[in-house]
Design a protein around this ligand. Structure first.
Ligand code: 5GP
Ligand code: ZN
Length: 111
């Protein structure tokens, strides 16, 4: 399967792993949109968050627990977690991943 995140999880493509648990990895986004921009990724290959909820709901919870842990470690006063689902919403990698964004004021509504 030609999935870039599966290759990172398998160690075939290098990434700075900030977290590596039984179900989840986290690494900095290649093209950061904020001073802190981390991708938190389930090890199971599923296309999006809804599919993860169906296939492995505990891993979905693990993603949010990882976000909290990283935000505490990085002293973020607040942070945003985002799943893009579908090309129209900006999804470009079709292996589910939670964006963790912080380190600057984040506007609302998002773009
Ligand atoms: P999406 O657009 O699917 O919500 O998010 C995919 C994210 O993956 C993008 O923010 C993009 O910058 C990031 N990305 C794509 N390829 C790589 C890669 O090889 N390494 C890392 N660290 N991030 C990547
Ligand atoms: Zn994958």
């Amino acid at each position: 399967m030609n999935c870039i995140f599966c290759k990172i999880i398998a160690g075939e493509i290098p990434a700075n792993l900030l977290l590596n648990t039984e179900d989840v990895v986290a690494f900095p986004d290649l093209n950061p949109q904020a001073p802190t921009h981390i991708l938190i990724v389930p090890k199971i290959h599923v296309e999006n968050a809804a599919e993860l909820a169906e296939m492995q709901p505990n891993a979905l919870a693990e993603l949010f627990k990882a976000a909290k842990k990283l935000a505490i470690e990085l002293n973020l006063p607040g942070y945003r977690t985002v799943f893009n689902t579908g090309e129209a919403a900006g999804q470009s990698v079709f292996h589910a991943h939670l964006h963790l964004l912080g380190g600057r004021a984040l506007g609302w509504p998002p773009g």
